[in-house]
Design a binder for this molecule. Structure first.
Ligand SMILES: Cc1cc2nc3c(=O)[nH]c(=O)nc-3n(C[C@H](O)[C@H](O)[C@H](O)COP(=O)(O)O)c2cc1C
Length: 343
């Protein structure tokens, strides 16, 4: 009889979230203003295991306003897709979730219980829901009963240090049939400051019978692997680090990503943005990403300023292609003086 090696779970091992399979356990986090359709497709191609939309306000969903619909659209290339919703009103949140499911057929509906922004959490939505476990129970129970797809939740540790209740909230979610809980391991009061509590991720994982993803300040693929190893969590969500480094899902840092992949990513991303938005909007949407890409490539500040102030989309695209072709990583920044040839 041969020796059976212990099963090792890597970030690239698929995971079942209810009836839905994530291709990997490292996943782009929902981020308002960033995790739009083009960025989700891009990061899926680079190895993110699933896609979560920017949060959708169910007040808008239940109003005559149709603007929100744009943020719900997705393509097959980014599936599986979770559409994330938020609200403080239980019935409206459930009704909004149903309406979204019927219109867009996402693979998952995710409930935001972690947003710390004042105008969201102070009215009792996002992380504000953590102060109302009774509402959490009714929301998850209501959505699970109403929809055939998995329902998931993204939470924080609690409202503040004095009211840390993630174990209670996690248990309510699991008891009511949620298929995944993602924990941004900070309180609402901490916003984005202070240390992310890996012990809490471990405690939540060991207390729940459903998958738990950890989230907060993970800056590299290796660190995500370490979070899984040390906390036992089932996967990791990556937010801000992915904006700086979409190659995190492929296991690279901006300094080590092969240049061919770097260039292809920039141009691929811009092509996706152009497909998604009207030309005059596309390059405005892309500017914030262009700045990050070019800074990492070592493009000079003056050249970056130049491209970011361009008004003409064609001019912008030509400049982008030219600057992104010039890999200056690891080179000393240009002094602006005439450069000598290397002989
Ligand atoms: C610009 C921005 C927008 C965000 N929007 C959302 C959102 O729409 N829904 C959500 O659940 N979390 C949102 N978050 C929180 C992130 O998903 C994540 O939990 C948080 O940034 C911590 O992870 P990170 O350190 O990897 O960024 C947002 C964060 C940022 C920085």
């Amino acid at each position: 009889m041969g020796i059976v090696a212990p099963m090792t779970v890597s970030l690239r091992t698929p995971i079942q979230i209810g009836t839905v399979r994530f291709d990997a356990r490292i996943v782009l986090a929902p981020m308002d203003g960033y995790s739009d359709l083009p960025f989700r497709v891009l990061t899926r191609r680079l190895g993110s295991g699933a896609s979560f939309t920017e949060f959708i306000n169910t007040i808008e969903v239940m109003s005559k306003n149709t603007k929100y619909q744009d943020r719900c659209r997705f393509t097959d290339a980014e599936k599986p897709v979770a559409i994330q919703i938020f609200d403080d009103d239980v019935d409206r949140l459930i009704a909004g979730g149903i309406r979204i499911y019927e219109r867009f057929r996402p693979d998952i509906v995710d409930v935001n219980m972690g947003c710390s922004v004042n105008h969201v959490s102070n009215r009792g939505a996002g992380a504000g829901l953590l102060r109302r476990p009774d509402k959490v129970e009714r929301i998850i129970a209501g959505l699970v009963k109403a929809l055939p797809c998995p329902i998931t939740a993204k939470i924080r540790l609690g409202w503040d240090e004095a009211s840390v209740n993630y174990l209670e909230i996690g248990k309510i979610c699991a008891d009511q049939g949620a298929a995944l809980v993602t924990l941004h391991a900070r309180t609402r009061e901490q916003l984005f400051k202070g240390k992310v509590d890996w012990d809490a991720i471990a405690a939540l994982k060991s207390s729940l019978p459903i998958p738990v993803f950890g989230n907060g300040d993970v800056r590299s693929f290796a660190e995500a692997e370490r979070m899984v190893e040390e906390t036992g969590c089932d996967g990791v969500m990556i937010g801000r680090a992915a904006i700086e480094n979409p190659w995190i899902f492929a296991g690279y840092d901006p300094e080590t990503v092969p240049f061919a992949l770097f260039y292809a990513t920039v141009m691929d991303h811009y092509a996706l943005v152009k497909q998604r938005y009207a030309p005059e909007r596309a390059f405005i949407v892309f500017r914030k990403f262009a700045k990050k890409y070019l800074t990492k490539l070592g493009t000079s500040k003056d050249e970056i300023r130049g491209i970011l102030t361009m008004k003409n989309p064609d001019e912008f695209e030509a400049a982008l292609s030219r600057l992104a072709s010039d890999d200056r990583r690891g080179r000393a920044p240009s002094t602006g003086a005439d450069e000598e040839g290397d002989g």
